[in-house]
Design a protein. Structure first.
Length: 158
C-alpha cells in the first residue's frame, strides 16, 4: 500500500471508525479521540504490511479495538458510579446526552461483548469479519453477541 492509498482509505473510513470508537468508549469523546489518534499512528507506522486493500477496514478497526483495550487495562477508576450518575441524569442533560442510557449500559457489559455488538449492529460487519477483527473464533463472536444482547436488554428495560 502506498502512502496515498493509506490516506485515501483513512478518509473513507474515518467517520465510521470514530463513531465505533465513541460508542466503544461509551460516549467519552476525549478517550475516543485519543484512541483514534494512537490507532492512526500505529496504522501509519505499519501500513506497508497491508497487502489486501479490501481488508483495510477490518485492519484499522482491529488496531482501534486493541488500542482501546490497552487503554482500559491501564485505566483506574477514580470516582464511583453513583457520583457519575449525578452528571448524567436526564434532568440536567442536554442533547449531547441523548444516548447516555445506552452508553451506561454498554459500559456495564464486558468489552468483548460491547465490541461485538457495536461492530455487528453499528458498523454492519459480519460475524466472520468480527472474529477477524477481534482475533477470536466465529463461535466466540456468536456467544458475545448473544450475551451482549441479553445483558443490554436487561440493563435497558430497567
Amino acid at each position: 500500500m502506498t502512502r496515498e492509498q493509506f490516506i485515501s482509505n483513512v478518509k473513507a473510513t474515518q467517520k465510521a471508525f470514530r463513531r465505533f470508537l465513541v460508542a466503544l468508549c461509551c460516549g467519552d469523546i476525549t478517550l475516543a479521540d485519543d484512541v483514534a489518534q494512537e490507532s492512526y499512528i500505529k496504522a501509519y507506522l505499519s501500513f506497508n504490511s497491508v497487502s489486501n486493500l479490501e481488508k483495510f477496514n477490518a485492519w484499522i478497526f482491529r488496531i482501534g479495538y486493541n488500542t482501546f483495550l490497552n487503554h482500559k487495562r491501564g485505566e483506574r477508576l477514580t470516582i464511583g458510579y453513583e457520583h457519575v450518575k449525578e452528571f448524567t441524569s436526564h434532568e440536567n442533560a442536554d442533547a449531547s446526552f441523548a444516548y447516555q442510557d445506552l452508553y451506561e449500559a454498554l459500559n456495564k457489559i464486558p468489552a468483548k461483548e460491547r465490541s461485538s455488538v457495536l461492530l455487528f449492529y453499528m458498523q454492519g460487519y459480519s460475524v466472520r469479519e468480527i472474529a477477524e477483527i477481534e482475533d477470536t473464533s466465529v463461535d466466540a463472536v456468536k456467544q458475545h453477541l448473544t450475551r451482549g444482547r441479553r445483558h443490554l436488554r436487561g440493563l435497558l428495560e430497567k
